[in-house]
Design a protein around this ligand. Structure first.
Ligand code: ZN
Length: 545
């Protein structure tokens, strides 16, 4: 997700304007303050989501979980072999339909999911997350039938129906797999007013992050992740898996989803079914609309698609240029993007939000010359490396993806423009941070959960102090060694979930430097940090007091 004025709260509009201009604008962009916003459709007040009448169950065919051939189509040819390691990871087979009915976008779906216990613990339950039920998403998801190994089970619901617990009759030993089937419906009432405007249905556009029940994460020694996400920040924490989806929509719908469309066929009654497969991805976004136009360009063999609304053509060309530049630069500097496709869609969201293989950009930025457009697109593209490929708990450790992604904006600016542009951005961030501190706001460490930051602390610490930490590392190590460390971090952890110590280890292993003290100063204490460093720092702090 990209930071916005709203997240910044009271930081100050004048300063925001200055920083945004330093970040991405030429002198002609948004001169004199905030960029002019495009006229937007008046937001409708939110309504209480209602249940969709229970549909007839969808008869799902058996799935041959050993066959991963179809998923290679979602990969660049050189990375087609990556899917082999995911035979026994999270596997989803989904059949669903999407229709717009009387002001409500409705999904009726069913999925077979195979989960393999990769922990050393024996499990007696499997947990899914029903993200649309989060107040921050403002939708409604109901699971009305569930089976485990073909036997009906009664799921438990908790955390305001955002956690669905399937009890296992037979304990799941380490290395064993279980197959589950869920029948579900999702409703998005008109309007996208909840939180960041990620989920909803407005003016013939449906935006559905995590539009199906998503496997949660089992953490050894801690149990299943069941935390209800804070309204701030991103809500999802999930592990990588393979998705095969058959989605039926009206014939005139243009669909954009995580992964690659490999087939479309008529489904009768003016409908069609699109067949999608994914590479190893940790969740899925579905965006669909009959009004979308589409532009495509390529970076090597990666297709970059831009989906835009009527009237958005010229900005779409600009977005395509920014998106392909960002893909090319991050591919070269961080490591190769392995998927065949990356989509960028215009939606009603508040700034920009990242999902595997697809990002959404706010319509209010969608105009050529908008000062926020470039930096937001570059930011969300960088999330393909930091979040989608190298994953983390976005609720518990938001710095892991957001701070490195925000730093990546400097890398984009340096390579599209010059060093001065990147330095101006850093200076702008430094000014911003000093302004924040000057207000008496606390100098918090980076590695804290989203909900431990109050007011605008979250935005400033994670999105401003965070990239400045990486800039400090870069100054200390030199640009080449810094990038070697980033590349090692990416190569080691792509498709996986990282902790703070993984960042430290990658930088120390790549450079041979001892960086524990520097990490402690900026990131804080975390498992894996040298305890002697922590002890010494605490003693010094006590002496000062
Ligand atoms: Zn972000």
């Amino acid at each position: 997700m990209k930071l916005s004025q709203r997240v910044w709260g009271s930081v100050g509009a004048a300063l925001l304007g200055a920083v945004v201009l330093a970040a991405c604008g030429s002198s002609t962009e948004g001169a004199g303050g905030l960029p002019t916003l495009a006229p937007t459709i008046t937001a409708l007040p939110p309504v209480t989501p209602t249940d969709v009448p229970e549909p007839d169950p969808i008869a799902l065919p058996p799935v041959d979980w050993d066959d991963v051939e179809p998923f290679r189509a979602a990969m660049r040819p050189a990375f087609a072999g990556d899917v082999d390691a995911f035979v026994n990871r999270n596997r989803y087979y989904i059949e669903a339909s999407l229709a717009f009915e009387d002001g409500v976008a409705v999904i009726r779906g069913a999925q077979r999911v195979r989960y393999t216990n990769r922990s050393a613990d024996t499990l007696d339950q499997v947990v899914f997350r029903l993200y649309p039920n989060l107040p921050a998403l403002g939708g409604r998801m109901v699971v009305y039938q569930a089976t485990v190994n073909e036997n009906p089970v009664e799921p438990g619901l908790t955390e305001r129906e955002t956690v669905l617990i399937l009890p296992l009759d037979e304990p799941l030993a380490p290395g064993e797999s279980v197959e589950m089937a869920l029948q579900f419906s999702v409703a998005a009432e008109r309007g996208m007013n909840a939180s960041y405007g990620a989920f909803g249905f407005q003016d013939d556009v449906f935006s559905g992050p995590e539009w199906y029940p998503v496997l949660s994460v089992y953490e050894e020694g801690k149990g299943w992740w069941m935390e209800r996400a804070s309204p701030n920040g991103d809500a999802v924490y999930s592990e990588t898996g393979l998705y095969e989806t058959f989605l039926t929509v009206p014939e005139d719908f243009v669909v954009a989803m995580s992964g690659t469309e490999i087939d479309t066929f008529p489904a009768g009654d003016g409908a069609k079914t699109v067949h999608y497969v994914s590479g190893p991805m940790r969740d899925s976004l579905l965006v669909a609309s009959p009004v979308f136009g589409r532009l495509t360009d390529y970076v090597d063999d990666i297709a970059v698609n831009v989906y835009y609304w009527p009237g958005g053509e010229s900005a779409a060309e600009r977005v395509l240029k920014i998106g392909t530049d960002a893909m090319r630069i991050f591919n070269e500097k961080f490591g190769p993007y392995p998927f065949a496709e990356m989509d960028i869609a215009e939606t009603f969201n508040f700034t920009g939000i990242e999902y595997p293989g697809i990002i959404i950009i706010a319509d209010r930025y969608w105009e050529t010359g908008n000062a926020n457009l470039e930096v937001t697109v570059a930011h969300e593209v960088a999330h393909q490396w930091w979040y989608s490929l190298v994953g983390n708990d976005q609720v518990g450790q938001p710095w892991l993806d957001e701070s490195l992604t925000s730093y990546s904006e400097y890398v984009y600016a340096r390579n599209v423009y010059d060093d001065k542009r990147a330095k101006d951005m850093q200076d702008g961030d430094r000014d911003w941070y000093n302004f924040y501190r000057g207000q008496g706001a606390p100098d918090l460490v980076l590695d804290l959960p989203v909900n431990s930051y109050v007011d605008n602390n979250y935005g400033v610490i994670i999105y401003v102090k965070g990239p400045l930490f990486y800039a400090e590392l870069e100054t200390l190590l030199g640009r080449d060694r810094f990038l070697e460390a980033v590349q090692l971090y990416f190569e080691r952890h792509r498709y996986e979930v990282v902790q703070s110590v993984d960042v430290l280890n990658a930088f120390e292993d790549a450079t041979g430097e001892d960086l524990d003290a520097l990490f402690y100063r900026w990131v804080g204490d975390f498992p894996g940090l040298d305890p002697a460093v922590v002890e010494q720092a605490q003693q010094q702090a006590e002496q000062v007091q």
